[in-house]
Design a protein around this ligand. Structure first.
Ligand code: ZN
Length: 386
């Protein structure tokens, strides 16, 4: 039945609406008015969310797993487990993110994810929906691999990209590459031509190489500061380019571990409410106790909020609702602006259609209700709520 949702306030996230009445029809937002302007139509089921704030469903464009499962795991119960955990933390849309692995393993995963993405478009289930793949690796730098296995890294190659593209049924929407590698420019242009958001990361690029990447079509930066040539005031490199070029948006892992809160604040001043994008880079260990978990084909160890392999950070256990709260805490930002970094910005960066990432008429009814502490009270996917 069509739904009317009442709450204390709503962030579109560009605007704030007090005492909203949000009307939903067939999974789409029909209209948003304030209670003062209009009564709730009688024929509607009413969901009164009291002193909650309604915001768009969160979008995570960089996530590897959760609830003990890795997104490259092709077992039928793996993705649904991850998606239920995401849903519980307010994520309605996500981009399953691969890590570098042997090519046959990668192709199997891409095929599986491509099918899951096609099926999700029709799904009525209460869990986050995969909408496109983020290919993290294999076209990344041997100098900045993080935990990606060196033996499986590849130089940018159009035939290899074509193979992965076909396996995924054209569902790759984001690719992280190191722009300084030979062949990167051709791959950046071809991926861009196919509507893929090309992101620079796992890169040792100097300033000129990073700028050349952006000139060729790079539009985003992957987990800024992590797995990048460090910022030096006389050799600003890829981070100098990322922080200062308005043509690109940039990810930050705001768990307080991957990047110090002071540097998160600096990053937010540089990229602003328009250019910063929150990602979790979450692994299978998210939502789980300390222990050993898989990340792609690697085993990682999680202890007290840190996810490590051989002493190196290997993804996070961050959830998106926590990331949003951390932005408020680390930088003293408004919740409204923090929400934008997890909704409208990733939607724009990845080119999601249909006003996804906003609460406006005509947009999908993907909605999160937050309590005054910024915690998730309820998540609504395409007008469906638990
Ligand atoms: Zn990652």
């Amino acid at each position: 039945m069509d739904l009317a949702i009442l709450a204390k306030e709503l962030y579109t996230p560009l605007d704030r609406i007090e005492h909203p009445v949000l009307l939903i029809q067939e999974g789409v937002i029909e209209s948003i008015v304030t209670l003062a302007e209009r009564e709730v139509p009688k024929a509607r089921r009413v969901l009164d969310l009291g002193d909650s704030t309604l915001v768009p469903g969160f979008i995570d464009m960089h996530i590897h797993g959760g609830a003990g499962r890795d997104i490259m795991d092709t077992a039928p119960d793996a993705l649904p487990a991850v998606e239920r955990l995401l849903y519980a933390h307010g994520v309605t849309t996500y981009f399953p993110t691969t890590i570098t692995a042997p090519m046959d393993r990668t192709l199997q995963s891409l095929e599986h994810l491509g099918q899951a993405i096609e099926r999700a478009a029709e799904s009525q289930e209460l869990r986050a929906r995969p909408v496109g793949i983020h290919l993290e690796g294999p076209f990344i730098s041997h100098a900045r691999p993080g935990v990606h296995p060196q033996a499986d890294l590849q130089l940018p190659s159009l035939p290899l990209f074509e193979k992965m593209w076909e396996a995924s049924r054209g569902t790759v929407k984001v690719i992280t590459i190191a722009p300084e590698l030979p062949g990167a420019r051709e791959l950046v242009s071809e991926a861009t031509r196919r509507g893929v958001c090309v992101s620079m990361g796992h890169s040792d690029a100097d300033l000129a190489q990073a700028q050349a990447g952006v000139d060729a079509g790079v539009r985003h930066a992957t987990h800024t500061f992590n797995a990048m040539r460090p910022l030096d005031h006389r050799n600003p490199g890829i981070i100098g380019e990322t922080l200062t070029d308005k043509r690109i948006s940039a990810e930050i892992i705001a768990d307080g571990i991957h990047v110090d809160p002071v540097v998160v604040r600096l990053f937010l001043r540089a990229k602003g409410a328009e250019g910063a994008v929150l990602v979790t880079d979450a692994t299978a260990a998210t939502g789980m106790p300390n222990g050993r978990y898989m990340l792609g084909s690697l085993e990682v160890e999680v202890k007290d909020g840190k996810c490590l392999r051989d002493g190196r950070l290997a993804g996070s256990v961050l959830t998106m609702d926590k990331a949003v709260r951390n932005i408020v805490k680390f930088a003293n930002w408004d919740l409204k602006d923090a929400v934008r970094l997890a909704t409208l910005n990733p939607a724009r960066t990845t080119g999601l259609p249909g006003n996804t990432g906003q609460l406006i008429a005509g947009a999908p009814a993907d909605i999160v209700a937050l309590n005054p502490a910024g915690e998730v009270v309820k998540t609504i996917v395409r007008g469906q709520a638990a």
